[in-house]
Design a binder for this molecule. Structure first.
Ligand code: PMP
Length: 397
């Protein structure tokens, strides 16, 4: 008799489980729109050309990194998100630590807050990326939600958002998607961000930005960091978790960064010393390979430019998939208003399809997506758009 005999089988992850089901399907027309990974027009994973250059130039050192990771990588990552001319960086008020992609950065930030911040409540948008609840709960924070999405307009429930943040207890932490909100594809406008900023600062709410898609939303790294930079420009404090999974296509390298912007350099130094105590017993120090590739690209002007061109091309292809899918549904006369497909931003479209319709599309059309009706636009191509449009048309009629 096994000592683990009582262990019950856990359900598959809501997002990664979609791929498990997809892999089992023998159909030649099957389509995986579940996981948020970029695919080419041919449906293939993309290794950016600039990565192949960077690989040749990047370090072959395989020694341990310091607990906080590669120094150059950290400095350049802060510059990338906060801007080259950020006063917070100039004043040494930012501490940045290399972490295991976006997920690891969120987790390290959350563990630090649970230990050292006076408020243990974090507000996350409703809905949000499914992993947020688990990351923050396991780190010891208490998770509450704020209104975000309005199913009626398939846009932002701005009034509800302001009301919920307005009634949050002073000092509460607020998780904000820096851009390309997952799963809804709905972002506040810059004017709305400004109102959110004023409200949060007036109530002393602490912003924790999740930046998993910088450059992927608009094609511009600077435009996609505007929300974060507004909050840093006012001199206040915040956290930011960055991921290079999508924007450099480094998914499996697990390379990201956590930055904490503080009021003074002295506080930032003490915060960093405590971040080390979070990281050391968790995984000791981060992996070297991905970070040295990223640092190589960020530090070389030519490679950086090459990267921005490839990044823009990925963003543009996704935007063009939105238009093609919208046009295909219009051409079929599919009932309903589908304009949200072209209005939403980033990797995902929150279609509004319900779980029965999703089940139907999977069963009859071999199209795999999460049960909340989210589709990864990056997994589509001109060749597969008609198949998806047929499936959506059949699901709603
Ligand atoms: N936050 C959001 C909103 C995401 O969509 C993702 C990726 N799916 C992440 C964080 C983190 O991803 P990773 O750990 O692969 O960087």
């Amino acid at each position: 008799n096994s000592v683990f005999g009582h262990v019950v089988r856990a359900p598959e992850d809501a997002i990664l489980g979609v791929t498990v089901a997809y892999n089992k399907d023998p159909s030649p027309v099957k389509l995986n729109l579940g996981v948020g990974a970029y695919r080419t027009e041919e449906g293939k994973p993309l290794v950016l050309t600039v990565l192949q250059f960077a690989l040749i130039c990047s370090s072959r050192v395989k020694e341990y990194l310091p607990i906080v990771g590669l120094a150059d990588f950290n400095k350049l990552s802060a510059k990338l998100i906060f801007g080259a001319d950020s006063p917070a960086i100039r004043e040494n008020r930012v501490t940045t630590v290399q972490c295991l992609s976006g997920t690891g950065s969120l987790r390290v930030g959350a563990e630090f807050l649970a230990k050292h911040y006076h408020q243990r409540t974090i507000y996350i948008p409703q809905p949000t990326w499914g992993n947020h609840v688990k990351i923050f709960t396991l780190a010891g924070l208490s998770v509450k939600t704020y209104s975000y999405y309005d199913p009626a307009t398939r846009g932002l429930n701005f009034q509800g958002l302001l009301e919920d943040l307005g009634s949050a207890p002073s000092g509460a932490i607020v998780l904000l998607h820096a851009c390309a909100h997952n799963p809804t594809g709905v972002d506040p406008t810059l004017q709305q961000w400004e109102q959110i900023r004023q409200l949060m600062r007036s109530k002393g709410l602490l912003p924790f930005f999740d930046s998993a898609y910088q450059g992927f939303a608009s094609g511009s790294l600077d435009a996609d960091a505007q929300s974060v930079r507004m909050f840093v420009a006012d001199g206040g404090e915040c956290l930011a978790a960055q991921s290079y999974a999508k924007n450099m296509g480094l998914y499996g390298e697990r390379v990201g960064a956590l930055s904490i912007v503080c009021k003074t350099a002295d506080v930032a130094g003490r915060v960093e010393s405590q971040l080390k105590l979070v990281i050391r017993p968790m995984y000791s120090n981060p992996p070297i390979h991905g970070a040295s590739i990223v640092a190589t690209i960020l530090k070389d002007r030519n490679m950086f430019n090459e990267w921005t061109i490839e990044l823009k091309a990925m963003a543009d292809r996704i935007i063009s998939m939105r238009q093609q899918l919208f046009d295909a549904l219009c051409a079929r006369g599919t009932p309903g208003d589908w304009s949200h497909i072209v209005k939403q931003i980033g990797m995902f479209t929150f279609t509004g399809l319900n779980s029965q319709q999703v089940t139907f599309m999977t069963k009859e059309y071999h199209i795999y997506l999460t049960s909340d009706g989210r589709i990864s636009m990056a997994g589509l191509s001109s060749k597969t758009v008609p198949h998806l449009a047929d499936a959506i048309h059949a699901a709603v009629t």
